[in-house]
Structure formats: C-alpha cells, structure tokens
Design a protein around this ligand. Structure first.
Ligand code: CP
Ligand code: NVA
Length: 302
C-alpha cells in the first residue's frame, strides 16, 4: 500500500486495487468488524445520494457508526480552518471522509489528520466511483486486461479516476471529448505509466467508442459548474450516447454511467434503460466497493 489515505486511485498500486476488488466480492461477515465501536466522519460540501448511502451502510457493515455533516455546518475555512477540523475529527473517529469542491482541501486534511482521509468526490477525482466501475466491468467480463474501455463526454473527476483504475488493470483506454473538455497530456501519460494496454483520445464520439467493450459517460455539467451549463450543452452537441453509438462498439458492449444521469443529454433513454445498461448493478456496487476500500484502509486483506 502506497498511502493510507484514499484521495485518488493512484494512492493504491495495482496489487492493492486487486486486493480491494477481491474484498468487494467477499461476504460482509468475512471482513470482520474493524470499525467496532468506532466512528467515521462523512462531510459533504455537495449533494449526494449514492455516496452517502453506500458509505453509511459500508460503515455499519464493518461495525462502525457513520456521522454525517453538511459542509456548510462544518464550514471549511469559514467557521474554522480545515486543519483544526481535521485534528479534532482525528480524536473522535477512525476515518475522515469528505466530498469537496476543491481537491486541495482533501490534501490539507491528509496532512493534518492522524486518521485515513477518504475522497468522496472532488473536482479532480472520484476514486470510490472508479472502484465500483471496474468491479462492475470485472463481474461482467471477467479479467479486464486487454479489454477496451471508452469514456466519452466531459473529461472530469469520474473520467480521470475511471481511466486510472482501468489503466492499472491493463485495459485499452479510448477517450472521446469535444475540444476544451478533453484529458491533458499529463493525464494521458499517467494512464500509460500506470499500465494501460493503450491510450487514445479523439474529438469524435463515434471514433472513441469503436470496438469498446464498455462505454462510459457522465453529466456534461458537474456539481460546482452550474453557471456554465448553457455553454456546456452547446459544446457537447453530438456527444449523446445513442443506440447508433452503441452499434459502433464491440458486439455485446455494455453502457455505464455513475449517475445522476440526464436522459436526452449525455445518453438516450433507449440506451440507459436498455438491455446493455449496467447502471443499477454499478450503483449497487458502490456499497460493496466502499466497504472493501474502508476495510482495506483499516488493514483487512483478502
Ligand atoms: N455517483 C455518485 O457519486 O452519486 P451521488 O452524487 O448521488 O453520490
Ligand atoms: N461528475 C459529476 C459526478 C457526480 C457523481 C459531478 O462531479 O458532479
């Protein structure tokens, strides 16, 4: 294990990720109760449905007690400093988990907390989502090395973490984004270094999904970007995943989305509610992935 915090997928190495995927499919009882009698702080600066519920249940399943607080109640750097909050939380809880607007807040927490810090989504990364995403693909396809994952739309937090995890599992990565919303060369180089079988980026949805076994997309406007939504809707014209798009992917390709989704924008109703869609399995896997990550950070090994 490279880091006891989980701010990005890259806080793990490939064997760590493999161990977490193994823990995720184990029975709850086999993980023991590493949080028995202990608390976990869950602080949300942005709305959440899946992450809050899956994390609260994961904590309960590991024997612990989740304490949820809204970001505005805690008031990072408004009511008190991130450092003071982190020091204080370290005296109450076994872990400090946060969903933040600015990833640097998590980095400051990591420096000042004496307990593991977990990213529940930042502007940069959504690593808990990525563990559920690769778990879902693995359940569907078996070994993922040599399989092709496509991500199309806005190259955002979800995309970055998904590509990092997919790279660590040896997948081919194909990215399709309109110009101005694509992955940087730093990101693309990182995916190569992490072990991707290949990494290619296109400005065409159709080219990006060619031959893909799994096609992922996400909202065009992430939380915190609401003022840009009109500009973004215009920029992403032509990036809706439709049945025609899926017909260009590999035979038997699956559609995936972290949710919340916008039918008729990034994906058509026919695709997201169709036979190739794994969205509910993917959402349910958030809880199994969360339980595995928390257990792993607490020292549980397969
Ligand atoms: N996918 C995801 O993180 O969903 P929530 O924003 O509802 O937690
Ligand atoms: N990219 C989205 C994911 C939501 C789960 C956002 O950050 O709002």
């Amino acid at each position: 294990m490279i880091n006891r915090d989980f701010l990005q997928i890259t806080d793990l190495d490939a064997p760590d990720l493999a161990a977490i995927l193994e823990l995720a499919i184990r029975s709850i009882a086999s993980l023991g109760r590493p949080l028995e009698g202990r608390g976990v702080a869950l602080i949300f600066e942005k709305p959440s449905n899946r992450t809050r519920h899956s994390m609260e249940m994961a904590v309960v399943q590991l024997g612990g007690h989740p304490v949820y607080t809204r970001g505005e109640e805690v008031g990072f750097d408004v009511r008190e400093s991130v450092e003071d909050i982190s020091h204080v939380m370290s005296g109450y809880h076994a872990m400090l988990c946060a969903r933040v607007f600015d990833h640097r807040v998590l980095e400051r927490m990591s420096t000042s907390a004496s307990i593991p810090v977990v990213n529940m989504l930042s502007d940069v990364a959504h690593p808990l989502q990525a563990v559920a995403d690769v778990l879902t693909m693995k359940q569907h396809f078996g070994a993922l090395a040599g399989k092709t994952v496509a991500y199309v739309g806005d190259f955002n937090n979800v995309a970055r973490s998904l590509c990092q995890a997919s790279a660590m599992l040896g997948m081919h990565i194909r990215i399709g984004c309109p110009s101005g919303y694509s992955a940087s060369n730093v990101d693309l180089d990182q995916f190569r270094t992490l072990g991707a079988a290949s990494v290619n980026q296109y400005d065409s949805l159709e080219t990006a999904v060619k031959g893909a076994h799994a096609v992922h997309t996400d909202t065009w406007t992430s939380m915190g970007q609401e003022s840009e939504s009109k500009i973004r809707e215009a920029a992403f014209i032509g990036f809706e995943v439709t049945e025609q798009t899926m017909s260009l992917a590999a035979p038997g390709a699956v559609f995936m989305h972290c949710l919340p989704a916008h039918r008729g924008q990034e994906v058509s109703e026919q695709v997201i509610d169709g036979k190739s869609s794994l969205i509910y399995q993917q959402a349910h896997n958030r809880m199994h992935a969360a339980r595995a990550v928390l257990a792993f950070l607490l020292g549980v090994r397969p």
